[in-house]
Design a protein around this ligand. Structure first.
Ligand code: AHM
Ligand code: MG
Length: 335
């Protein structure tokens, strides 16, 4: 049956997901389909980047104080334009914008979207995989333009989440809470086809991913856990290190092959006291995906990522995410 589904289009799968919810109005289906269009546009631009003189830096810095590169700007604008006029979204948040982003007057819909338009952007001009991450919630307010409060909802309330990775091929992975599916873009026809139905993260986990250069700044618990992964013990380990430095790419590899990714807090600077990654549009959506795939996502003090109540749009959170057995093991060190 699963084999037979392989090759169906992403829009067919999105519609099938909707049919699991008899009361659905079709708004989430419409939103996801518009997001797919944004993904295709960004994918085309990423592939053209080397040719189109779009590489390099735009000279601006974002709220995190990082240099914004031109493709980030393009990806951000592309998603905002698609979402502001799709009619299914009431307010947005993006890694690249300090404040909430309104939609066009008269186009307010039922949902909110938070996104990282192009994660891993420091890798853009060296042909390393980068990606778009998205998180969708149902609005809390009744109607009209959405507010920040509509966006500040915990991850367990997400109605859909996922990412699009621009790598050796472009792959969209998403969940609406009924399993995780992956679709590969066939650029010759401009369509995403189901290539990874019902993804489950492998039990056997060969990889760990962490920036070990910061180990001198780590908490003892992090250092002890990583030391454990290097041992051969109880039929586990030593694990191999794979760190791309592009969250979507590291996460995607671990989801498909098995693995654990960590971006823990460290003592390097006050900004790193909660790690580096952002709760709303990096940690929470990937946590929903990983849990739907049978894995786990926690903080380095043992909290479930999906249970964290956000207090601001760009808050950071220490992230431990991946195969269940390894996150269970991590938890013993972190609690
Ligand atoms: P970005 O959203 O500005 O691209 O930053 C997030 C990226 C992640 O993709 C990656 O996991 C991490 O930063 C790498 O950080 P570091 O270089 O500190 O290891
Ligand atoms: Mg990012």
């Amino acid at each position: 049956m699963l084999e037979k589904r392989k090759g169906i289009t992403v829009s067919r799968q999105i519609m099938d997901d909707q049919l699991l919810h008899p009361d659905a109005t079709g708004e989430l289906t419409g939103l996801l389909n518009d997001l797919v269009v944004a993904g295709k546009i960004i994918s085309a631009e990423v592939n053209m980047a080397g040719l189109a003189d779009i590489l390099g830096q735009s000279g601006k810095t974002n709220i995190q104080g990082e240099t914004v590169q031109k493709l980030d700007v393009f990806a951000n604008q592309t998603i905002k334009r698609r979402m502001e006029q799709c009619g299914y979204v009431c307010v947005m948040a993006s890694e690249e914008d300090d404040e909430v982003i309104p939609v066009l007057d008269g186009y307010e819909g039922e949902y909110t979207i938070a996104f990282d338009p192009l994660d891993g952007s420091s890798n853009i001009d060296v042909n390393v995989s980068i990606g778009t991450i998205f998180s969708i919630h149902r609005r809390l307010s009744e109607k009209g333009m959405g507010t920040e409060a509509d966006l500040l909802q915990k991850g367990s309330k997400q109605v859909a989440a996922g990412y699009i990775i621009y790598g050796s091929s472009t792959v969209m992975v998403y969940t609406t809470g009924s399993g995780v599916h992956g679709f590969t873009l066939d650029p010759s026809v401009g369509e995403f086809f189901l290539s990874h139905p019902y993804i489950t993260i492998p039990d056997v986990c060969p990889y760990y991913s962490v920036n070990e250069a910061y180990s001198t700044y780590w908490l003892d618990s992090t250092r002890d856990f990583i030391a454990q992964l290097k041992k051969e013990e109880d039929g586990m380990g030593p694990y191999s290190l794979r760190y791309i430095g592009s969250l979507v790419a590291d996460f995607h590899r671990n989801l498909v092959k098995g693995g654990i990714f960590l971006y823990p807090r460290d003592k390097k600077s006050p900004e790193k006291s909660e790690g580096k990654l952002r709760l709303l549009y990096e940690a929470a959506p990937l946590a929903m995906v990983v849990e739907q795939a049978g894995g786990r996502a926690i903080t380095d003090d043992g909290r479930r990522i999906l249970d964290i109540e956000p207090t601001n749009l760009h808050q950071r959170v220490p992230l431990i995410i991946g195969s269940k057995k390894e996150v269970d093991l991590a938890e013993k060190f972190f609690t």
